[in-house]
Design a protein around this ligand. Structure first.
Ligand SMILES: Nc1nc2c(ncn2[C@@H]2O[C@H](COP(=O)(O)OP(=O)(O)OP(=O)(O)O)[C@@H](O)[C@H]2O)c(=O)[nH]1
Length: 559
């Protein structure tokens, strides 16, 4: 996370802390008044406000740096609970001895010195970490360009460069090995793709990278390519700090997969967390801590708003309080689990409840974990990010197609229904594109099924590279793909898909004895003001795709 953002978060945390401390005298006055009401009460229920106030204080004080106050409030709450539990045969006003104990404890609640608001140690969970930076030379510390790749070979290989360009990389050929160091110093790339053998020696590429690293003191993300694949050649590249090794002829899709992974162009988006807590101070505080760790957080102070929020926001974790005035946390967990769509989202309780039996009860209501307040920010972040990470991995297995990593048929249809509903609500259009690789049966028949699979993966990669982050891409079946483009009309969608069609036509695929090209056809439809029915949208895009095939293939037709 950039330093500027971190400063903002720390300022927010400090402000929340100071705001809470400023309200402390008022909270203590409320507790005193509630205690007085308790002392003269004729009904057990008259003690509930005191119990609620003590519970809130015991849950929040520790988080804001008043650990001792929090513990005293907890002690007082337990004392009151024990007193109320003992009064079974009709309520008696608080007896003298108990009152004195409560009075004594109340005096102990006097505000302490405000502790210095040390910023919490917040660690970033893995998916939000900044991509590793490539080298910067001592002479020129300009940052690496995110798509810049140096292709270092002693002979110009336009084919590899062209293929990489189609996959969205900015490729610069370096045909003289002695120029590589200067190029890296002038503009550090995202990665270097380098031949192992040069006229000067069969391991010269590896030797040169070692030399550059020794002189400039930093490592460059690198992929070696070579016609040789023996142990000593590969070992030389490992010693040169290579990230990967590809034997020629190059499998371009695998190379692009590896480049993407190396430079984290598809860095995972932030985990989406929903915080539900009626205590606004503590909810905002936890939200700020999680945001500082790079998570996306929404906060609800009222349990009643949860269902609306779940549909739209689709959190990957819900962090909730157990005791809330309008709805108990355990009730809320049961209510969320009633809906099949939310059966698997992790629910984590965060409460000052110290009774183990009641913690287990809360878990039985459908929650996954129970954390105790106050909790150190770093512990909160680590407990939640590991849960969210596992949830995301499991969801991915359920929703993604194993060959391409794109959404599978049912996940794509689910997204289509969601985007249609959103388009209808917002009045902005959404486009649907159905694409189908042309004469794919012939490709399979001529070159075999595994080569056909490579062609499918190449198109999947190209779509991922060229479409916007907010576009939704799925493998609808076999050699057919679906793309949902929110906020886009048919004309704009056609233009984008037509550009991808042209690039796809220029890709070369490797079979055992020859290279070959392929094409696809596509049909585009769009939601109308009064019609955002997903099935109708699919029918129109399918009809347009059929028309594209009928007109001779390798084209994009509007439905
Ligand atoms: N390699 C591979 N082939 C698949 C996969 N799924 C479906 N296929 C094949 O894709 C071919 C699709 O053929 P058709 O539906 O006849 O269409 P086409 O040959 O692409 O012809 P047009 O769509 O009319 O251009 C069939 O032979 C399927 O067996 C897959 O995952 N991998």
């Amino acid at each position: 996370m950039p330093e500027q953002d971190m400063d903002d978060i720390e300022r927010t945390l400090r402000e929340i802390r100071e705001g809470w401390a400023a309200k402390l005298p008022q909270r203590l006055d409320e507790i005193r008044l509630a205690l007085e009401a308790c002392e003269t009460a004729a009904e057990r229920s008259a003690c509930e406000p005191l119990r609620a106030l003590l519970h809130t204080l015991s849950g929040s004080a520790g988080s804001f740096g008043f650990a001792e106050l929090g513990m005293k409030a907890t002690g007082l709450e337990l004392m009151l609970n024990a007193y109320l539990a003992g009064e079974t045969a009709g309520f008696q006003p608080i007896a003298d001895g108990t009152r004195q104990m409560l009075d004594f404890a109340m005096r102990q609640l006097a505000p302490q010195q405000m502790p210095s608001p040390a910023p919490p140690q917040v660690s970033s969970p893995a998916p939000q970490q900044a991509p590793p930076q490539a080298d910067t030379s001592p002479a020129d510390p300009s940052p690496p360009a995110s798509r810049l790749v140096y292709l270092v070979q002693d002979h110009a290989d336009n084919e590899v460069a062209t293929q990489l360009l189609h996959f969205g990389y900015d490729v610069r050929a370096v045909d003289d090995l002695s120029r590589l160091q200067g190029c890296i110093r002038a503009q550090p790339p995202a990665a270097v793709i380098i031949d192992l053998a040069f006229p000067e020696g069969i391991m010269r590429g590896a030797d040169e990278l070692v030399r550059i690293r020794r002189e400039d003191g930093a490592r460059c993300a690198s992929v070696f390519i070579s016609t040789r694949s023996n142990f000593s050649a590969r070992l030389a590249t490992v010693r040169a700090g290579a990230d990967s090794y590809f034997a020629k002829p190059l499998d371009m899709v695998a190379l692009v997969d590896r480049l993407d992974a190396m430079i984290q162009r598809d860095a995972s988006p932030a985990y989406r967390v929903l915080v539900v807590d009626d205590d606004a101070d503590i909810a905002d505080f936890h939200a700020a801590v999680l945001r500082a760790a790079g998570m996306e957080v929404r906060v609800l102070y009222r349990a009643a708003d949860v269902l609306d929020m779940l549909g739209d926001y689709r959190p990957e974790l819900i962090l909730m309080d157990v005791y809330m005035p309008d709805c108990d946390g355990t009730e809320l967990a049961r209510l969320i689990r009633q809906d099949d769509r939310h059966l698997d989202v992790p629910i984590v309780f965060l409460s000052s409840e110290s009774d183990y039996g009641r913690q287990l009860e809360a878990i039985e209501s459908g929650a996954d974990d129970f954390l105790c307040k106050p909790i150190k920010p770093a512990h909160l972040v680590s407990a939640l990010s590991s849960r969210a990470r596992r949830y995301r991995a499991l969801r991915s297995l359920i929703m993604r197609d194993s060959l391409t990593g794109l959404l599978n048929h049912s996940a794509l249809k689910e997204q289509l229904a969601r985007e249609c509903a959103r388009a209808a609500r917002s009045g902005t259009p959404a486009a649907l594109v159905m694409l189908d690789i042309d004469r794919f049966k012939q490709i399979n028949d001529a070159y075999g099924h595994p080569v056909g699979d490579q062609v499918i993966r190449a198109l999947a990669r190209l779509l991922q590279q060229r479409l916007r982050r907010g576009d939704i891409i799925g493998r609808y079946g076999g050699e057919e793909f679906g793309v949902i483009m929110p906020g886009t009309g048919t004309a704009a969608a056609q233009k984008v898909i037509d550009g991808i069609r042209e690039s796809f036509g220029k890709l070369r695929h490797h079979a055992e004895h020859e290279d070959f090209g392929a094409s696809f056809s596509a049909g585009v439809s769009q939601t109308d003001a009064g019609n955002a029915d997903p099935e109708a949208l699919l029918r129109r895009a399918d009809a347009a795709l059929y028309e594209a095939k009928r007109q001779g293939r390798d084209r994009v037709i509007l439905g």
